[in-house]
Design a protein around this ligand. Structure first.
Ligand code: APR
Length: 308
């Protein structure tokens, strides 16, 4: 893999660029931002960590898309982040304009690239990117489920007192309070989680997961989470770059899967060199399907507030 461009050199974008370089997932990482000097300065600083960390990936910063031409992957983190009291949907107006302009640039300079969207409100920003680039659904995917699942797994591991590595789980639905942690598919090394934790505690953990982003905004006050979000996006990048074909919960454009069509929503996706290679349809309990439908309604309501 040759080149990966990260758009937005803020908290999420800069951390992402560093993580991609440290894993040598590309020969070159281009960091693009509208603020003059920020991507150049951060890119140079990050690249100078390469002799210490031992990576040969070159990181360069730019205010235009010239250096990013021909990128294989774009990760879009441009936009404003939440402040306390704001929902992800409160960002919709500003971030739609930003993601629109970024998508036009991607379409023009790298028409064969795959786009991973991180900007919020996630599911709706994915739709904006897909519509503006005109790319097929295989090449426009959103990062949300890996992060929500990581939060859920962290809380469960702490509660049960086991390694996070042994918690298998999947959080589906929109990236908001209506997300759907699949309790029926949550296991600890194959053991159904309900055998290891009582229902009341499990419900509390599910609730904390739903509000996981807001909990961090509440602490930070001046912005939103970025260490776990950047790690989550890198896991998606890695599955594509290395053609690992991992099954990860990602926002994907639905065309009838789970009885839904014409929107982005978090579902289990197989990611490989072809981008989104398959959407896996798993059996849901009726309660989970109802929750997924409700989540879809919320995403649709936000889509309706956007004119493209
Ligand atoms: N093109 C490129 N970069 C842009 C553009 C644009 N049109 N508009 C804004 N940016 C840049 C800003 O200059 C800033 O450096 O996007 C960056 C955003 O960085 P932060 O404010 O630090 O926000 P961050 O925490 O990184 O979150 C970015 O990801 O998780 C989501 O909700 C979050 O939508 C937010 C996005």
């Amino acid at each position: 893999m040759n080149k990966i461009t990260v758009v937005g050199a803020g908290n999420v974008g800069a951390t992402l660029a560093q993580r991609i370089a440290e894993k040598e997932l590309a020969r070159e990482v281009v960091l693009v931002d509208i603020v003059e000097g920020i991507p150049q300065g951060k890119g140079l600083d990050q690249w100078q960590s390469s002799p210490i960390e031992g990576f040969d990936t070159r990181i360069v910063g730019a205010n235009d898309y010239g250096p990013s031409a021909g990128s294989d992957i774009f990760v879009v983190t441009a936009g404003i982040a939440r402040k306390p009291g704001m929902s992800r949907d409160d960002l919709v107006k500003t971030n739609t304009e930003i993601v629109k302009s970024v998508s036009q640039q991607i379409r023009d300079c790298s028409p064969d690239s795959t786009v991973i969207v991180v900007s919020n409100p996630l599911d709706v920003m994915c739709w904006v990117a897909k519509k503006v680039t005109g790319f097929p659904r295989e090449r426009v995917i959103g990062m949300a489920g890996v992060l929500d699942t990581a939060r859920y797994r962290s809380f469960l591991a702490l509660e049960i007192g086991v390694s996070v590595e042994d918690i298998q789980a999947m959080v589906l639905g929109g990236h908001g309070d209506s997300m759907v942690p699949l309790v029926s598919y949550t296991t600890v090394s194959g053991i159904p989680v309900t055998q290891l934790i009582n229902r009341k505690r499990l419900d509390e953990i599910v609730e904390r997961t739903r509000k996981g982003g807001a909990e961090i905004v509440g602490h930070l006050k001046t912005g939103s989470a970025y260490y776990a979000p950047s790690a989550a996006a890198v896991q998606m990048v890695e599955s594509i770059v290395r053609d690992k074909k991992r099954i990860l919960p990602c926002a994907a454009w639905l065309e009838g899967e789970y009885g839904l069509r014409g929107l982005y929503l978090g579902v289990p996706c197989k990611l490989g060199s072809g981008g989104l290679e398959q959407i896996i349809e798993v059996e849901l309990s009726s309660k989970e399907q109802v929750a997924l439908n409700k989540s879809a309604e919320q995403v649709r309501a936000t889509m309706e507030s956007v004119s493209l």
